[in-house]
Design a protein around this ligand. Structure first.
Ligand SMILES: Cc1ncc(COP(=O)(O)O)c(C=O)c1O
Length: 385
């Protein structure tokens, strides 16, 4: 034990004691510290020479690194960086590549928050973008300008769950010399690893399947080491670093990703088939086997959207669910429902709703790990309301 001065005031602050063990903890401790201490100035110099790991948690922390490294490994990426949220990771990825004057192409179906980032923040930095329907376009050629630098899309889109032909579009982007960034939040590396098809950067809202328990807000960006190095600087400079506890929670959740995904995808396939047969359901949006043929697993994901045949039943439907809760997020171990029109796509005009099919009667379902029969029973009784 360190010998401390004996005065009460000093001893209350310096809690040195027998808890300071050299034994190895089975789980990674939570490094809940804003800063790291150094025995002397030589060690500070070692940090700046890259010979010591950590200085200040905004610049780096073992829990942040554990999460980033784990996701990088699962995505087969060279390197990763964690961020305070999925949006923080997306921002870091975009700004690592784009400078004022550069142009960006994005898929027409992207998360509303990402669209807001492009429209409200990046355009202000003189980084314009164009939207491209990757399910209808035949090539990138008509959309690529002299200053186009990047292509951005989501593996499985929200809320209509269409699957972009990733191998084709990544190849096209390569032919035009574009840097590519894929939001793999809905698919996760369990289903597909975009880097194997040539993506330069892959981003996750770790708030979703990576964490898996709806108890953490976090983001991870992985990919080419040079781009991640720059993204890391952006995370530090913009103050978007992930807290150690959130990183620890996300890493703990990640350990069960494979078993959760397997169970959730199995349940979802059965629930999608049930919904497709139900007379109260007009349409089911769930990735087809053909569209996911390039996935590394024979699963179509665990998100389903469906449209009620009678739109006027939408309020009673949500009210009638007994234990499936309404929650405007996704990917937890519990089955939850959301409603795009009143949440994520609230800003859409009536015309946009009709054009995209994101109408009042559309329900988004995040399928959990419960007993399949229970999920179907609750949906069945709510659909019969
Ligand atoms: C596909 C997708 N990407 C990114 C985000 C943003 O993630 P976060 O809420 O962790 O910032 C979300 C959030 O819902 C999302 O669904």
């Amino acid at each position: 034990m360190v010998a401390l001065p004996e005065r009460f005031e000093t001893q209350t602050v310096h809690l040195k004691g027998s808890h300071e063990i050299k034994d190895v903890s089975k789980t990674t401790p939570i490094y809940q510290t804003s800063v790291f201490s150094f025995p002397g100035l030589e060690e500070v110099e070692q940090y700046y020479r890259g010979e010591r790991g950590y200085l200040y948690t905004r610049n780096g922390n073992p829990n942040q690194a554990q999460l980033a490294d784990a996701v990088a490994r699962l995505e087969q990426a060279e390197k990763g960086v964690s961020a305070a949220s999925g949006m923080g990771a997306i921002m870091a990825g975009l700004l690592a590549v784009l400078s004022p004057g550069d142009h960006l192409l994005v898929s027409h179906e992207i998360y509303g928050g990402t669209y807001a980032l492009l429209q409200k923040e990046l355009s202000r930095l003189q980084i314009p973008f164009d939207v491209i329907d990757l399910n209808r376009a035949e090539s990138l050629a008509p959309y690529v300008k002299e200053n186009t630098k990047m292509l951005y899309f989501e593996t499985i889109t929200n809320p209509l769950l269409t699957v972009v032909d990733m191998p084709f579009w990544l190849k096209q982007a390569g032919q035009h010399g574009l840097i590519t960034m894929v939001d793999n939040t809905f698919a996760t590396p369990y289903l597909v690893q975009p880097i194997r098809y040539g993506a330069d950067l892959v981003v996750h809202s770790a708030t979703k399947y990576i964490g898996g328990h709806s108890d953490v807000t976090a983001g991870v960006l992985v990919g080419r080491a040079d781009l991640i190095g720059r993204a890391q600087e952006i995370v530090v400079n913009y103050g978007a670093s992930l807290s150690p506890f959130e990183a620890w929670l996300a890493a703990r959740g990640l350990k069960t990703l494979a078993v959760r995904m397997e169970r959730q995808c199995d349940n979802a396939a059965q629930v999608a088939a049930f919904l497709a047969r139900h007379p109260a359901v007009e349409a089911v949006y769930y990735p087809t086997e053909a569209s996911t043929a390039f996935f590394h697993r024979n699963h179509q994901g665990a998100m389903i959207s469906f449209r009620l045949a009678d739109e006027s039943k939408i309020y009673p439907f949500y009210r009638s669910l007994r234990w499936i809760e309404f929650a405007p997020s996704l990917a937890g171990v519990e089955t939850t429902v959301s409603h795009p029109v009143t949440t994520s796509h609230r800003a859409f005009t009536e015309e946009q709703r009709r054009a995209t099919g994101i109408t009042m009667g559309l329900v988004r379902l995040s399928v959990g790990i419960e007993a399949l029969e229970d999920i179907i029973e609750d949906l069945e009784q709510a659909l019969s309301c």
